[in-house]
Design a protein around this ligand. Structure first.
Ligand code: NAP
Length: 515
C-alpha cells in the first residue's frame, strides 16, 4: 500500500477574498440548517430517546444549533452490547482496510471543510480561523493514524534465537468508551475515536453535552466513509447520567477520556474497580492544566508579549494548552506586563461570525459563571491590569480578556480557569521563575522566552510539562509534529498525534515458534 508522506492539512488564507466569500456562503448555508434533531446511532440504527439535549450557540443562547438524543442507561446498555458484538468482526478486519476508512473520512472532511468550520463557529463559538485549525487537526488525526496503523500492522522487529522465529505484534483490545470535551469538539473527538477504531476496537462515543451536534456530524462522516454498523456508536448524553455506567460496565475494555481533572480522576478510580470483567481496564486520561510561560531578561520582549497574548486568549483561553500564568523576570516585568496589557486592550470580543472578532464567547452559561467568579476572586486577590468586564449572559457568554497582577498563592494563579484570564507573576531569577512554573500539580504545556542557552537547556531538563516550547506560542500543537499530552494531574501523557499513541489501544503479543 503506497500513500503520500504524511503532511499537515493547510489552513485557508482568510484574507483572500474568494475564501472569505466561500466562508460566508458556508455560514449562511449551515445557518439555515440549525435546529435539526440528531438521534443516537447504535448499530447503524437511529435511536430516539425520551429526553433530548439542546445545543445552543454560545454567542446567541436563544439560537438552538441542534437537538440530540439524550441517552439513559438503557441506551448505554444497547450501545455497549452492540459494540461488544461488532468487535468480533471488526477486530478481524485487515488493518489496511480499517486505515482506508480513515483516509476516506479524511477525504470527506477535506471536501466539506468550510461547512464543518461553520458548524464549529455556531456550536463552540470559535472564530473561523480557529475553527479552520481545529477541523484541519481532525483531518490530520485521520491521515496520521491511518499511516500509523499501516506502520504497525505487522508488529515491530525484535530479536530471535537460533532455530526460532519470534514475532511481536499488536491485537485489538475490545470495547472502548470514548468521552470527549467541548473545547475541541471535532478534533479531539475525531482523534480519540479514530485511533480506537483503526486499531480494531469498537467504540461507544459520548460527546460533550455542549457540543453534541459536531459529534453527530462526525458519526455521519464515518458512516459515509463506509465504517460498518456498530463499530462506532454515537451516544450523546449527560456525563452525570450515563458516565459512571459506561465506565463501570464490565463490557468496557478501555476508556479514552479528555476533560477536566475532576472527571478524569473519577473515571480513573471507577475504572480500576473490579466489576466482574476478566481484565484490568486500560485508561487514557487527558486532563487540565495551569500552563505557564517564563520570560527571562534576555528575551525578545516584543515577541514574548505578543505570544503570551496569543497563547492566553486564542479561543478565549479555552484551550488546555492556553497560557494562564506569565512568569516574568523582575528585570523585565514592568515592560512585558505593559506590552501584554496593550495587546490585550486591542483584542475584540464579539460574535465569532464577525470577521473583526479576535475571540468569541465562552462556551456555556456554566463556564461563564465559573470564569466570572474567578474574575471577582482575582480582584480581591490582586490588581486588575486589564479587562475584568463581561456581558449579560442572556445575550451571549462574552467575557473580556482579563489580566491580573498577583502573587503565587492567589487562586487565579493556581486553579484552572479555562477562560480569557491571565495571571502575571514576578520572579527574582530564572531559577525562581522555573520553580514557580513547576509549583502546580498539573504538567501539560509550558514555554520559555530566552536567548540564554543555559536557561533553555535547564528548562529542557527541569520544566515539568509534557509539551514545552521555546521562543514561540505554547498553543497550536500539530499532529505528527508536536505529539500532545501532559503528566502529573494533567493526565496519562498519552501524546496524541505521536508515534506512541496507537499502541495504547492495542495488546502487544509475543509469539515464538521453534523449528
Ligand atoms: P469535563 O466537564 O470533565 O467533561 C469532559 C467529558 O466528560 C464530557 O463529555 C462530560 O460529559 C463527561 N463527563 C462528565 N461527568 C462524567 C462522569 N461522571 N463519567 C464520565 N464522563 C463524564 O471537561 P470539559 O469541561 O468538557 O472540558 C474542559 C477540560 O478539558 C479542561 O479541564 C481542559 O483543560 C481539559 N482538556 C484537556 C485536554 C488535554 O489534552 N489534556 C484537551 C482538551 C481539554 P458532559 O458534557 O455531559 O458533562
Amino acid at each position: 500500500m503506497t500513500l503520500t508522506p504524511y503532511k499537515n492539512e493547510p489552513y485557508y488564507d482568510l484574507s483572500d477574498e474568494a475564501n472569505r466569500e466561500a466562508l460566508q456562503r458556508a455560514l449562511a448555508e449551515v445557518g439555515g440548517r440549525l435546529g435539526r434533531s440528531y438521534p443516537l446511532i447504535v448499530g447503524g440504527k437511529r435511536v430516539e430517546t425520551d429526553g433530548e439535549i439542546s445545543s445552543v450557540n454560545p454567542a446567541k443562547p436563544d439560537q438552538v444549533v441542534g437537538r440530540t438524543g439524550r441517552a439513559t442507561e438503557r441506551e448505554a446498555d444497547m450501545a455497549l452490547e452492540t459494540a461488544k458484538r461488532t468487535f468480533e468482526s471488526w477486530s478481524r478486519t485487515e488493518p489496511t482496510a480499517r486505515a482506508r476508512i480513515l483516509l476516506r473520512a479524511s477525504a470527506i472532511m477535506k471536501r466539506r471543510k468550510m461547512e464543518f468550520m461553520a458548524w464549529e463557529v455556531y456550536e463552540s463559538g470559535k472564530i473561523p480561523s480557529e475553527a479552520d485549525a481545529h477541523v484541519s487537526e481532525a483531518i490530520d488525526f485521520l491521515e496520521y493514524y491511518a499511516r500509523e496503523m499501516i506502520r504497525l500492522k505487522d508488529g515491530v522487529g525484535i530479536n530471535a534465537i537460533a532455530g526460532e522465529e519470534s514475532q511481536y505484534f499488536y491485537q485489538p483490545m475490545g470495547v472502548g468508551v470514548v468521552i470527549a470535551p467541548w473545547n475541541f469538539p471535532f478534533a479531539i473527538l475525531t482523534g480519540m475515536s479514530a485511533a480506537a477504531i483503526v486499531t480494531g476496537n469498537t467504540v461507544v462515543l459520548k460527546p460533550s453535552e455542549h457540543t453534541p451536534v459536531l459529534g453527530a456530524l462526525y458519526a455521519e462522516i464515518m458512516e459515509d466513509a463506509g465504517l460498518p454498523e456498530g463499530v462506532l456508536n454515537y451516544l450523546p448524553g449527560y456525563g452525570s447520567e450515563v458516565g459512571d455506567y459506561l465506565v463501570g460496565d464490565p463490557r468496557t475494555r478501555f476508556i479514552s477520556f479528555t476533560g477536566s481533572m475532576q472527571t478524569g480522576l473519577r473515571i480513573n478510580e471507577l475504572a480500576a474497580k473490579p466489576n466482574g470483567q476478566p481484565w484490568i481496564k486500560n485508561t487514557i486520561i487527558e486532563m487540565g492544566g495551569k500552563d505557564a510561560m517564563v520570560i527571562d531578561e534576555s528575551a525578545d520582549l516584543d515577541a514574548a508579549a505578543r505570544d503570551i497574548v496569543t497563547s492566553a486568549y486564542g479561543y478565549g483561553g479555552q484551550k488546555c494548552s492556553a497560557c494562564s500564568r506569565a512568569i516574568l523576570h523582575e528585570g523585565v516585568y514592568d515592560e512585558v506586563l505593559e506590552r501584554v496589557a496593550e495587546g490585550v486592550r486591542s483584542l475584540r470580543v464579539a460574535d465569532p461570525t464577525d470577521p473583526e472578532t479576535d475571540f468569541g464567547p465562552v462556551v456555556s452559561e456554566a463556564q461563564f459563571e465559573k470564569v466570572t467568579g474567578y474574575i471577582e476572586a482575582g480582584q480581591e486577590e490582586g490588581e486588575l491590569v486589564a479587562g475584568g468586564g463581561f456581558g449579560d449572559p442572556s445575550r451571549g457568554y462574552f467575557v473580556e480578556p482579563t489580566v491580573f497582577r498577583v502573587e503565587e498563592e492567589a487562586r487565579v494563579a493556581r486553579e484552572e480557569i479555562f477562560g480569557p484570564v491571565l495571571s502575571v507573576l514576578c520572579a527574582r531569577s530564572f531559577e525562581d521563575a522555573l520553580r514557580i512554573a513547576n509549583d502546580t500539580p498539573y504538567g501539560l504545556t509550558g514555554g520559555v522566552y530566552s536567548r540564554n542557552r543555559d536557561h533553555l537547556e535547564t528548562a529542557r531538563r527541569e520544566f515539568q510539562a509534557g509539551n514545552v516550547y521555546f521562543n514561540r506560542t505554547i498553543t497550536g500543537s500539530l499532529v505528527g509534529v508536536h505529539p500532545f499530552g501532559g503528566f502529573g494531574m494533567s493526565g496519562t501523557d498519552s501524546k496524541a498525534g505521536g508515534p506512541d499513541y496507537l499502541p495504547l489501544h492495542m495488546l502487544p503479543r509475543t509469539v515464538v515458534e521453534r523449528f
